[in-house]
Design a protein around this ligand. Structure first.
Ligand code: ARG
Length: 708
């Protein structure tokens, strides 16, 4: 029976796979070379602006979209440089300005005037100025014949050269070169970065992260996931400038008109933003590696770590403030990894891809294309060879990298610039700044000890750093005792103290030795992984090349790589386990959830929020067709991590929402976009404005935005 069923089903799977590139709305398209065929489909689906409105000229839509601090997206919405992004993108800024006395995370924040807007170290927004294909130039260097290190050097030197040229026109520009289509193409992108970015408005966390980890990656959703920043510029040039109190609000070339008109099912919708990474061309062997050697160990270690973190955070409010962002960041891809693996298995993605590879193979046989070069047996063999090292590397990374302040310092030690006179080695030192506001010793120590044990339980003995022997011989296998010893005996945690690196005391410091033990294992793993990396990358590149050639009458987009992309489609829901998901949520549904706060604190919200969302009339913010106050909504726009904060535009290029999440049912869409299930969850811009108005009384900002 089973066999027969499989036989019946397989061709259907295969069909689905073969058909998917043709499906209209999938894709993350670069703007400067958007295929005309794609634009024509957009028009048929309701896009009303000319082709040139996307990328060309001062008023191009792209000029309103920013890369937000290198990990999110955002949109400029006023002539004075206001930027909308998600609450979870502004989260670390909001957290870093919070104290137990002024807790902007818990209470929200609304700057009354420019002078109250809060500057942020290490944040920026980046505008894409232009993009061009430089593949011929890169390949002209004999690029593919070189090893990885040499390739990197070629890209670096070309990047420097192009940046130098750009700077002769405008000193505030720089150029990045990125690989597209698995390294088959290279584009150079010119950017302008603004580093004086100030926090202007944030709702309380109860709203900005409503539903917390429970609702994360889920639909239906009511999260009010937005925050507001402002770009500041040099007062003379209106160009980028490092923070200064004399800087003034930036006057952008173009800003997005904010719409009060809403949307309905089937309406055209488009996101533009900075998706970070997808693997749509990945081989079946690569998918298996992702599932077993990345997602699975990542979820395992994070699950163990988060349990410890949560216990400490719940016990102490000050600790909670310190670890809010770290926890959210960890939990986000912990849940994503679990969900993605579920989808990979339930959809049967590995087998589906293997079937597809068979199809490519027979096409190769008939055409001879890349015959003898693209070799699936070789690919299989190479992935198998590196599987243990890859899995161990994930365990290693998740256990030791950035998981405690001690680990961070032990690693950094080896990469820090030395201070003091170069001619007097004994006087050269490193020094850690006092950042005690960022971590808590008792939480960090318990995480360390717990993860030490966990690591040993999951990797083979040859990958244990040397200090495990010390733990066994000197501490009787007691991990916590060894951690206590490290923290008390090492000078690493003594902030503000000069650590003289060329003295015995430093070289014998238990923290220094611990760091070296870690490096040793990391280097060994790296070497093992590098052994096959070049050839695996080459095979994946050839696979992508073959696919594009085989389907050359179709437009193909490149995998995401944190460059600006456009994705288009429609507003609309999906089939949620046999019933329709609906495509928007209402204020009533949020009030219902808030009533469940007793069972789940993540649904807690202040009484004022209950009141605001229980209004009988939401005035202009309420949808004219449904008569409802709509909070979040769904489109089939193709997005991924990095797209958070991306503007969602209607057919006229007006801002109707901000993308903030994907849905649980399609978490494998980074590998295979399933058009039946993959949805983008956005916060309705009218909900954003309603909160700014009724909760924040932010009249000055609303006037500045001038929504219509
Ligand atoms: N899953 C969303 C993203 O990756 C939101 C993450 C923040 N929210 C959270 N509950 N951790 O963009």
């Amino acid at each position: 029976m089973k066999k027969t069923l499989q036989k019946v089903l397989l061709p259907i799977y295969l069909l689905a796979f073969l058909a998917f590139p043709a499906h209209a709305d999938e894709g993350m398209w670069t703007l400067y070379n958007l295929p005309k065929a794609v634009y024509e489909t957009m028009q048929q689906e309701g896009f009303q602006l000319p082709y040139g409105a996307l990328y060309e000229g001062q008023d191009a839509i792209k000029n309103a979209v920013v890369n937000f601090s290198g990990y999110c997206s955002g949109v400029v919405v006023s002539p004075d440089g206001l930027v909308f992004t998600n609450h979870h993108c502004g989260f670390e800024s909001i957290r870093s300005h919070s104290t137990v006395q002024h807790d902007y995370m818990l209470n929200g924040f609304c700057a009354k005037d420019y002078s109250e807007e809060l500057p942020n170290e290490d944040m920026f927004v980046s505008f894409m100025v232009s993009q061009q294909d430089i593949t011929d130039r890169v390949l002209g260097t004999g690029f593919y014949l070189q090893g990885a290190e040499r390739q990197e050097a070629i890209i670096d030197s070309l990047q420097n050269e192009l940046t130098r040229q750009a700077k002769t026109k405008d000193s505030t520009l720089h150029v990045d070169i990125d690989a597209f289509y698995e390294g088959n193409k290279f584009y150079a992108t010119t950017y302008q970065d603004f580093t004086d970015l100030r926090l202007v408005f944030a709702v309380p966390k109860s709203m900005g992260k409503f539903g917390g980890e429970t609702d994360n990656w889920m639909w239906p959703r009511q999260t009010c996931d937005f925050s507001v920043f402002r770009i500041y510029a040099n007062p003379r040039t209106n160009g980028p400038a490092p923070y200064s109190k004399d800087n003034v609000p930036y006057h952008p070339k173009h800003w997005a008109p904010v719409s009060m008109q809403g949307y309905k099912a089937g309406d055209f919708a488009m996101t533009i933003g900075y998706p970070g990474s997808t693997s749509r061309y990945l081989s079946s062997y690569g998918i298996r590696e992702r599932r077993d050697a990345t997602n699975e160990p990542r979820a395992q270690v994070r699950g163990v770590k988060q349990e410890v973190m949560l216990r400490h955070m719940r016990a102490d409010e000050a600790v909670r403030i310190k670890y809010d962002s770290k926890f959210a960041q960890s939990a986000n891809y912990w849940k994503n990894s679990i969900g993605m693996n579920k989808c990979i298995d339930s959809i049967g993605l590995v087998n589906q891809k293997r079937e597809y590879e068979e199809h490519i193979k027979s096409w190769q046989d008939s055409t001879g294309y890349l015959k003898g070069e693209l070799d699936f047996d070789k690919m299989k063999d190479l992935y198998a060879k590196r599987s243990e090292a890859m899995k161990t590397f994930t365990f290693f990374r998740e256990t030791f990298l950035g998981t405690s302040e001690f680990n961070t310092r032990a690693f950094r030690l080896n990469y820090m610039e030395l201070q003091g006179p170069a001619e007097k080695p004994k006087k050269q030192y490193v020094e850690f700044k006092d950042n005690s506001a960022e971590w808590d010793a008792s939480l960090d120590k318990e995480v360390m000890a717990t993860l030490f044990r966990n690591y040993r339980q999951h990797v083979s003995a040859k990958y244990l750093p040397k200090f495990y022997r010390t733990i066994d011989t000197k501490f009787g296998g007691n991990y916590a005792a060894y951690v206590d010893y490290l923290w008390s005996k090492s000078a690493l945690m003594k902030s503000g103290r000069k650590l003289y690196v060329n003295r015995k005391s430093f070289q014998k410091d238990p923290g220094t030795m611990y760091g070296l033990d870690l490096l040793e294992v990391m280097d060994a793993l790296r070497t093992e992984l590098l052994e096959h990396a070049d050839e695996i990358d080459r095979q994946e590149r050839l696979l992508c090349d073959a696919k594009i050639h085989m389907e050359q009458d179709l437009p193909h987009y490149s995998d995401a790589n944190f460059t600006m992309r456009l994705s288009y489609g429609q507003v609309g829901g999906f089939d949620l386990g046999g019933r329709p998901s609906g495509y928007y949520t209402t204020a009533e549904s949020m009030v219902e959830k808030m009533k469940k706060a007793d069972e789940n604190v993540e649904y807690f919200a202040e009484p004022i929020m209950h009141q605001l969302l229980s209004a009988s009339d939401f005035g202009p913010y309420q949808d004219k067709t449904t008569g409802k106050m709509q909070l979040c909504f769904l489109t089939n726009n193709d997005i991924t991590g990095g797209n958070s904060g991306s503007p969602m535009f209607d057919g006229k290029g007006r801002l109707i929402g901000l993308a903030f999440d994907g849905n649980w049912d399609s978490l494998s869409s980074d590998i295979n976009f399933d058009h039946r299930l993959a949805r983008c969850i956005g916060v309705d811009i009218r909900y954003v404005l309603y909160m700014m108005d009724k909760w924040g009384h932010a009249d000055r900002l609303l006037k500045e935005i001038g929504a219509q």
